[in-house]
Design a protein around this ligand. Structure first.
Ligand code: HEM
Length: 147
């Protein structure tokens, strides 16, 4: 069973970098678009969709990890200096999935191109901030199937 935990933890660890990279990629495309008055193209939509997808995947992997540790009766984030960290991690993680989804949905509904760039920028920046706050930075930066 330690193998299941190692696999889930590895995927959750690596996907964290995909979340951060796609979030920064979204901002790199969206921020200049606000000023330039350029059309919001599929190339601008792509990073936003990838960002939302990686955040959703992270939520699913996190829920699986919680369920797995719960079934084993194992502590979550044992050794964290902040005892409430597991709730902070879970709460901010769910909130990040909501803000990423809102950003993606609102940018589709906003009628103007400038509005789409603005919505993508704002909601992605908020989501990235939440993600930066919830990451347990004391854990390994890259984990490859170890516990
Ligand atoms: C974008 C959101 C999230 C990011 C960036 C993130 C990132 C991380 C990272 C970097 C770790 C440490 C991995 C390691 O030790 O190798 C971790 C552990 C974990 N995360 Fe997340 N996480 C997110 C959301 C969530 C959510 C929403 C949940 C629960 C629903 C969750 C549950 C967990 C659990 C259970 C652990 C393992 C704790 C342990 O081993 O004791 N995560 N997360």
């Amino acid at each position: 069973m330690a193998t299941v935990y190692a696999v889930l933890l590895t995927l959750h660890n690596i996907n964290r970098w995909l979340v951060l990279v796609t979030g920064v990629w979204t901002l790199i495309r969206a921020v200049p678009g606000i000023r330039r008055r350029s059309p919001f193209t599929p190339a601008d939509r792509r990073p936003l969709t990838a960002f939302t997808g990686t955040v959703h995947l992270q939520l699913i992997l996190g829920l699986l990890l919680y369920a797995f540790l719960g079934m084993q009766g194992a502590p979550v984030f044992a050794g964290a200096s902040n005892v409430g960290f597991q709730w902070q991690h879970l709460g901010l993680g769910v909130l990040a999935a909501i803000t990423a989804t809102v950003g993606s949905a609102l940018s589709r509904r906003t009628p103007t191109d400038q509005g789409k760039f603005r919505v993508a920028t704002t909601w992605t920046a908020v989501t990235l901030l939440l993600v930066l706050l919830l990451i347990p930075w004391w854990r390994p930066l890259v984990r490859l199937f170890t516990v």
